[in-house]
Design a protein around this ligand. Structure first.
Ligand SMILES: *Cc1c(COP(=O)(O)O)cnc(C)c1O
Length: 396
């Protein structure tokens, strides 16, 4: 057993900010992971909705190897071709106007907030604008991103955070209207709430937000960090609602496992917000990260990944709905595409996650009572069947 030894050494060196599952993962292949003791796991967590292409995808791996041989970093003082091509591909997939690459999701949120504040500053000639965010949202752990995260427990010790944030209820347009005043420069929400428990926005809510923003010249920021990049069966979840944001944030699956995020601006926000000197990053969008983005989007096109999610979703949903019939502790299902949550009743969801781990299945939780399934987007029917069997063993 190498596992215990490695865990002890890790806890010695690494700041204990996570209560990690007691396994040490070493390598992956397709949709399977292997730990240091050789145990094999079916992965329905994908590194928290990141590893969209699973593990060891040959085209992706080759693209990274080739870029690593050429250049990994040059700073943003010079141009590089992977960034140009990755930017073009994100533009094409989103139909939006301009891309700023970051190193993480939280940094994409920071940039989106700054762009919205700058837009209002240009319009009004003064600062002091506020933002409406949603209860039970999650936007990241940096100070700005935490300020718009609707989870008091994550925020408490770090107050005061960024000022001027007001919270409304997700999927409740009236609660948003109640927070509206002339200081508001942006409304920020996930299109599908992830950490908060897998809640898709309702059609009326998103359409209502779009209308409010248009009426008051407020920017709509949609956080697609978890639900974007094909996971819901569209490149970006908002495309399924036909409600276009002014700013979109992206990360997680964007680089297929290489740390990279982006905030993407529509024409209006791109033309009237951040200018040279307003924002920057040393690493953001470096050639290695952008080669990953470029490869991911190339593979999406070649292998029709988004269509695959769309085709297989009814089968995944059907198998999950059968569980609800069979197991009283599985109350309901929520989600879209390959972003699914099962509401667990009468036993702690953490216990189910741990039982699944013992049964060689990686799943995660969301909120207090939701079992979250966010598999690599390359899963096939047989993996869904295998997941269901393992989950049944874990629920018994
Ligand atoms: C994960 C996540 C973030 C934060 O991304 P990091 O890369 O961890 O900083 C922000 N928003 C949503 C919706 C997320 O799921």
């Amino acid at each position: 057993m190498k596992t215990n030894n490695y865990i002890e050494k890790s806890e010695n060196a690494i700041l204990h900010t996570y209560n990690r599952y007691q396994i040490v993962l070493e390598k992956g292949e397709g949709v399977y992971l292997y730990d240091v003791d050789g145990k094999k796991y079916l992965d329905f967590a994908a590194g928290i909705a990141v590893n969209c292409l699973g593990y060891g995808h040959p085209t992706y791996t080759k693209a990274l190897q080739e870029q690593a041989k050429k250049l990994t970093h040059i700073s943003n003082l010079y141009y590089n071709t992977p960034m140009m091509e990755a930017g073009e591909k994100v533009k094409k997939a989103s139909g939006m106007e301009k891309v700023f690459f970051t190193n993480s999701g939280a940094e994409a949120i920071e940039g989106a907030l700054k762009a919205a504040k700058k837009y209002a500053f240009c319009r009004d000639g003064h600062a002091g604008h506020s933002v409406i965010a949603m209860n039970h949202s999650f936007h990241g752990r940096t100070v700005g991103a935490l300020s718009v995260t609707g989870n008091a427990h994550y925020r408490e010790a770090f107050e005061p955070l960024m000022g001027g944030v007001k919270f409304a209820d997700f999927n409740d347009l009236d609660s948003v209207k109640a927070q509206l005043d002339p200081s508001v420069c942006a409304i920020i929400t996930e299109t599908v709430q992830g950490e908060g428990g897998i809640y898709p926005a309702s059609q009326e809510f998103l359409e209502g937000l779009r209308q409010l923003c248009d009426e008051h010249d407020i920017l709509l920021i949609l956080d697609e960090i978890q639900c974007g990049m094909g996971r819901t069966g569209d490149y970006f979840a908002w495309q399924g609602y036909n409600v276009k944001p002014d700013i979109m944030t992206c990360a997680k699956a964007l680089g297929g496992g290489v740390p990279v995020g982006a905030f993407v601006l529509g024409a209006k926000a791109a033309a009237h917000s951040l200018e040279p000197g307003d924002h920057g990053t040393t690493y953001g969008g470096n050639p290695l990260a952008c080669a990953a983005v470029r490869a991911v989007l190339d593979i999406y096109e070649q292998e029709k990944i988004v269509e695959h999610v769309r085709e297989l979703t009814p089968y995944l949903e059907k198998r999950l709905d059968e569980l609800i019939q069979e197991y009283p502790c599985v109350k309901t299902r929520r989600g879209k595409g390959f972003m699914q949550g099962l509401v667990i009743d009468g036993r702690p969801v953490g216990e189910v996650v741990n039982r699944a781990l013992e049964n060689n299945l990686l799943v995660i939780s969301a909120g207090t009572d939701v079992l979250r399934l966010v598999p690599p987007l390359i899963i096939e029917k047989q993996h869904i069947d295998e997941m269901i069997e393992k989950l049944k063993d874990s629920l018994n």
